[in-house]
Design a protein around this ligand. Structure first.
Ligand code: HEC
Length: 492
């Protein structure tokens, strides 16, 4: 009762009901009718602004919520999924941080939806219904500067194992470019599970492609060789966004882009042509967006273990600013927490995903980027359920699981997007050996050497012979201990 009243108040219906209800008329459902929450006035704004982004043609949701009839038909179900916070899908604990593009309803909005459903979902005065927001058709970020797509549609078989198909797409611009956003448009959403974008300046992707008569070539997870970088990717629920002004990612000229699409077969033959849009920076770039990987690689998840836990950390080697966190596990993952443990001992939550859902992987972009000083660490804990009572367990009966690229393997990694505070590309100051996950696999994004090995050498190669001698190695291992991580079943 109180809920309904406050919902009515907060949702803008501050006028009292035209006729004061007498005490005899007070059962809850009738009361709701009296208060007269209508689609036109209170419900449409909630649905159009929080649901229709996905519940419209060509988007990820299985039905549309675009008008009164479509919403009324599901009023009860809408009340339920809003109340349980199953919809809109948002997996981070709202208390763990504040993010761009958060999909969270207020308690008042949830009450309004429930009161409306309880009162028979009236339309109200149809002429008061707000117009649907202007949704961009196709590209969310507007027309890209460059669209990259395979030359033709890819034909996927009806049944069988998942397919990781790599499409090699040459770029043709004449100079190096900075990218400030990348948007992926998955083609056929019934089969596209996720998309990853890799860079290749070695020509190896082209060679593998040429060996295949069909479009692209197949691998399991990786691209079949060490790529020269990455441009991120897409999974359902991930929204593209521009990097902050002055921040960008380098795309050297002549680089091939490899679009890797992970397909889940649907039971019938399907076709797909996924594509990506690149948005080049219009302003001068001062800092590169880099990626710090916080991972626990020696995963050994026993079969039938309900509560396998890991913890690990990554050292912060420069004064940095953290912009985003992308937790990543597969189907056994249950929970992941990522925290900045500052040099002075204080801890700041970066993100907590209390009920991990492989289908809703998200890059959590911090509303307030966080300064983390050199000497701090980024800590991660994760939890897995490898029992038959985990409905997502891909193996029946459960089997022991390790790190791997297959859907039935697991991963334990958080990609932390960051910039180096001392870097000023506009003044020619480059953070040459900053950690960058993409560049770790090859030349770094600025075309120079980079990554963990360089940092380890710099610190521990006392005699400067370019390698770690046994005594230097001993010291390095000692220092690394803090960052090895542990699991609930002990080390392998
Ligand atoms: C980011 C995309 C997205 C947004 C935003 C979103 N939905 Fe959904 N919705 C989905 C997808 C995908 C499904 C189907 C898969 C599933 O049930 O998880 C779905 C399913 C549903 C279902 C069916 C659930 C079931 O049990 O079968 C309802 C009802 C629903 N959404 C209502 C809403 C409402 C109400 C909102 C806004 C308050 C909303 N959705 C916002 C993507 C979205």
């Amino acid at each position: 009762m109180l809920g309904i009243v406050s919902a009515a108040l907060i949702s803008g219906l501050n006028a009292a009901p035209t006729k004061k209800p007498t005490p005899a008329e007070k059962p809850a459902s009738k009361e709701a009718k009296k208060i007269n929450i209508t689609f036109a006035k209170e419900v449409a704004p909630i649905i159009f602004n929080n649901c229709t982004t996905c519940h419209r043609p060509g988007e990820v949701a299985p039905f549309t919520l675009m008008n009164y009839a479509e919403t009324k038909k599901r009023a009860k179900q809408i009340a339920l999924v809003s109340e349980s916070r199953y919809m809109p899908p948002w997996k981070a604990d709202p208390k763990s941080g504040s993010y761009h593009d958060e999909r969270v309803l207020t308690t008042e909005q949830i009450k309004t939806l429930k009161a409306w459903a309880d009162s028979g979902a009236p339309e109200g005065n149809a002429s008061e219904t707000p117009k649907l927001p202007k949704f961009t058709q196709g590209w969310t970020l507007g027309t890209p500067d460059l669209v990259l797509e395979p030359g033709e549609e890819y034909a996927l078989g009806a049944e069988g194992k998942d397919v990781y198909r790599n499409f090699v797409i040459p770029t043709t611009y004449a100079e190096d470019k900075y990218v400030s956003a990348v948007e992926v448009r998955p083609g056929n959403r019934t089969v596209v599970h996720h998309v990853l974008i890799f860079l290749d300046n070695s020509g190896q992707g082209r060679k593998l492609d040429a060996k295949n008569t069909e479009l692209g070539y197949e691998t399991f997870g990786g691209v079949g060789f060490t790529p020269s970088g990455s441009l991120g990717g897409w999974a359902p629920g991930n929204l593209p966004r521009f990097m902050p002004d002055g921040v960008g990612q380098l795309l050297p000229k002549g680089t091939d882009v490899i679009l890797q699409v992970h397909y889940h077969k649907s039971g019938k033959a399907e076709k797909d042509k996924s594509k990506i849009g690149l948005y080049f920076s219009k302003k001068p770039i001062d800092k590169l967006m880099r990626v710090m990987p916080v991972a626990y690689l020696p995963l050994r998840i026993p079969a039938n273990e309900a509560n396998y836990r890991t913890q690990s950390a990554f050292p912060v080697l420069d004064n940095v600013t953290v912009h985003s966190i992308t937790p990543h596990m597969h189907l056994l993952g249950k929970e992941m927490t990522v925290t900045a443990e500052m040099k002075d001992g204080t801890k700041t939550s970066l993100v907590r995903v209390p009920d991990w859902d492989f289908n809703w992987q998200t890059t959590y972009a911090l509303k307030e980027p966080l300064k983390v000083p050199q000497g701090s660490k980024i800590a991660m804990t994760a939890r897995y359920d490898n029992t038959p009572s985990n409905p997502r367990n891909p193996s029946s009966p459960p089997k022991p699981v390790r790190w791997g690229e297959e859907t039935t393997d697991e991963m334990c990694i958080a990609f932390v997007g960051y910039t180096v505070d001392s870097e000023h590309l506009t003044k020619g100051i480059v953070a040459e050996d900053a950690i960058d996950f993409g560049s770790r696999r090859g030349a770094n994004a600025a075309g120079r050497g980079g990554g963990m090995m360089q940092r380890v050498l710099k610190r521990f190669d006392a005699n400067n012979n370019g390698k770690l001698d046994p005594d230097e190695m001993k010291k390095a291992m000692e220092a690394a201990k803090e960052f090895m991580g542990t699991s609930s079943t002990g080390k392998p």
